[in-house]
Ligand binder design. Structure first.
Ligand code: FAD
Length: 406
């Protein structure tokens, strides 16, 4: 069997190794990961883990693989070891300790890193991507702490929700006037803002941060409308950038990620795949995208493992599924939203505590939906999306679902 080398030992990387073994691949697999940690799951870093006691047991619950499962996978595991270069002609990956490792098939799964904060006070600016980052934030979440969260995306708003739960004084700042529309669409954005404010989160939307001065415990966050916010800690969550630095001289096509063909093969080399947050691949409905979501990383790992183990030559098609938890809202999105299309709202969040918004593309075909606290509707929509139903038909079926439940 050819030697499979996987770079990146998080969700996409470990799932590739697991799927290869499940599919009967018995040859050598090397898994290289920069973090010295056994693979762990990232979604809990901004949710359950922030509220946990950080005991060894509570951390273990979020591992992607147990030590004994790892043993059975029989991998050549190199944790705490970054890949530093790739030569696709010699088929060799260079490692941080100066050694190198030859591959027959390479899977790039190096994910992304938090987009660095442009504001660099002496200390007190935290960001969130790793277990250590989450621990550092959790340590600051004590009653009365003044936390300014810069960035109203999923991660920033989840941190804000956790922080008010600890009795912190929390303000979320975002230069976009309606940042929560990016998460749940314009139909539900104001309800989500209200949910945050009812829970005590203050928001300053439509104003940018100019500077953060001072040091931990005594920061001043300067806004572009002249306001100054005092904070003990600032958490900057302004997106992420793909971890492609080590590939700079590889000859692969790097444009906001490793660009691939529809089969997730990296452009510019043979037998090299890219998956998960680092991959930029041609989505059937949306063109080249980087999908920074859990299900995508896990699905792409399964797809590429099948391509390698069984020689399946197919085009990856995405399930496009994302979730977020904020207070008692369980938000799920499936498919995508076409800015040129219309949307239909089913249900009333204020009355029923649940809602679905179904999106159409420019041609009137349903292309996605967002639901809050309504998993049955979500599952039904997922099925109907596969049948190319128009949103009105989907809405009608959801109404019937409501009536049957009543
Ligand atoms: P990553 O998880 O980024 O892992 C990449 C790994 O590669 C890292 O361990 C990194 O250290 C390693 N690496 C990088 N460079 C090198 C190198 N040169 N050599 C060796 N190793 C290297 N998604 C959802 O769908 N729902 C959620 O609610 C959700 N919540 C999230 C909350 C947080 C705080 C974060 C950070 C992410 C969240 N996500 C969520 C996104 C989800 O976690 C990612 O999509 C997923 O982790 C992607 O997996 P990955 O393996 O591609 O990349």
């Amino acid at each position: 069997d050819r030697h499979v080398v996987i770079v990146g030992a998080s969700l996409a990387g470990i799932r590739t190794a697991q799927n290869l073994r499940t599919l009967g691949r018995s040859g050598a697999i090397t898994l290289i990961g920069a973090e010295a940690e056994l693979p762990y799951d990232r979604p809990p870093l901004s949710k359950d883990l922030l509220k946990s006691d950080w005991s060894a047991e509570s951390i273990e619950a979020f591992r992607l693989v147990t030590a004994s499962e790892l043993g059975e996978l029989d991998l050549d595991l190199r944790l705490g070891m970054a890949a530093t270069g790739l030569d696709t002609t010699a088929r060799v990956v260079a490692l941080a300790d100066g050694t190198s490792i030859a591959y027959d098939v390479l899977v790039i799964a190096t994910g992304a890193t938090a987009r660095p904060s442009p504001w660099r006070p002496e200390s007190g600016v935290l960001q969130l991507r790793t277990l250590d980052d989450s621990r550092a934030i959790a340590q600051r979440l004590t009653p009365g702490e003044r936390i300014v969260v810069v960035g109203g995306g999923f991660i920033g708003t989840e941190i804000a929700a956790a922080a008010v739960g600890f009795g912190c004084d929390v303000t979320v700042v975002d230069p976009v006037p309606e940042p929560m529309a990016r998460l749940v669409g314009p139909e539900l954005a104001s309800s989500l803002v209200r949910l945050h404010s009812e829970n005590g989160v203050q928001t300053r939307f439509g104003v940018g941060v100019v500077d953060i001065r001072g040091a931990a415990g005594d920061l001043t966050v300067v806004l572009d409308d002249g306001a100054e916010l005092a904070a003990s800690t600032a958490v900057v969550g302004i997106g992420s950038i793909p971890a492609t630095g080590w590939l700079a001289d590889s000859g692969l096509t790097l444009e906001n990620g490793v660009v691939t063909d529809p089969g997730l093969r990296a452009l510019g080399a043979q037998d090299v795949y890219a998956i998960g947050d680092v991959a930029r691949w041609p989505h059937a409905g949306r063109g080249l995208i980087r999908a920074e979501h859990w299900t995508n990383a896990s699905d792409q790992a399964r797809f590429v493992a099948a391509a390698i183990a069984q020689g399946i030559d197919a085009e990856y098609s995405s399930t496009d599924y994302v979730w977020s938890d904020q207070y008692d809202w369980k938000i799920h999105t499936v498919g995508w939203r076409d800015p040129a299309g219309a949307s239909v709202v089913v249900g009333d969040l204020a009355v029923d505590g649940r809602v679905a918004v179904v999106h159409a593309d420019a041609s009137g075909r349903a292309c996605g939906a967002v639901t809050v606290n309504w998993v049955r509707a979500l599952n039904q929509i997922r099925r109907l999306l596969m049948t190319d139903s128009p949103p009105a038909v989907i809405a009608e079926q959801l109404e019937q679902l409501v009536q049957r439940a009543a």
